[in-house]
Design a protein around this ligand. Structure first.
Ligand code: SF4
Length: 233
């Protein structure tokens, strides 16, 4: 509730359900947001089921991050969801528990998801890499490349309508040709192999800028666009 008040979104608890549904936000045409024609192609079918993917992740040794992890963190949530959140990588709490977004940033993400009238069990939450980098550093390119097949198999299995990318690393994974910082990239849908990608700030960035209501407002604006596209408002 405090989060919603700070970002000016507490009205979601104050008002009755709106009688008329606003027009959903229309995704940008592919040509306007991403010039690569390959992105218009639909995703190939999955090559293995998600249980097998997660088993592979738990015993994976494909990159040096395997040596430092306590537990790999495949991700969790509803495998039939329309909404997926993808962050950068596990932190200390996630590494200890083997679950994504369970630390302070994760608690904030859980509040954001609740404000969107979902809960954690209704969506799928994961990261671009599944093992914690030392000291929470940004993952190296070779680590991301080694881990990418797991995320792609997760997406192919789940086939959400919308993927929310949390922060620059996750956004760069999906939209490598975009330029500029998160402030300029966020807030619009990007077509990605037949799905819609919405970049927004990572919850840990919100925490680091706790007094900055403008950043919270931007995140909430982004999530409202996602809700509109998914018929949630
Ligand atoms: S980060 Fe990914 S590729 Fe590297 S060891 Fe963990 S699961 Fe394997």
């Amino acid at each position: 509730m405090k989060f919603l008040k700070e970002i000016g979104a507490d009205f979601v608890f104050k008002t009755e359900r709106r009688p008329a549904r606003p027009t959903p936000v229309r995704p940008e045409p592919v040509s306007a947001v991403h010039p690569l024609p390959a992105l218009a192609a639909p995703l190939a079918p999955p090559s293995k089921d998600i249980a097998s993917v997660h088993e592979e992740i738990l015993r994976c040794q494909k990159c040096p991050l395997a040596g430092d992890r306590t537990r790999a963190v495949p991700g969790e949530g509803n495998l039939a969801t329309e909404l997926m959140f993808v962050g950068e990588g596990p932190g200390q709490d996630e590494d200890a528990q083997g679950r994504p977004f369970v630390g302070r940033a994760g608690q904030l993400l859980t509040k954001i998801i609740a404000a969107m009238t979902y809960d954690r069990q209704n969506v799928f939450i994961t990261n671009i890499i599944k093992c914690r980098p030392p000291n929470n550093r940004v993952p190296h390119r070779d680590e991301v490349e080694a881990c990418a097949p797991y995320l792609l198999e997760q997406i192919k299995n789940i086939r959400p309508k919308v993927i929310v990318t949390l922060g620059k690393s996750a956004t760069d994974f999906f939209l490598p040709d975009t330029t500029g910082g998160m402030t300029s990239i966020r807030g619009q849908f990007y077509a990605w192999h037949g799905l819609q990608v919405m970049p927004t700030f990572h919850p840990s960035y919100l925490i680091r800028n706790e007094g900055n209501v403008g950043i919270k407002k931007m995140v909430w604006d982004d999530m409202q666009k996602v809700m509109a596209l998914l018929g949630k408002k």
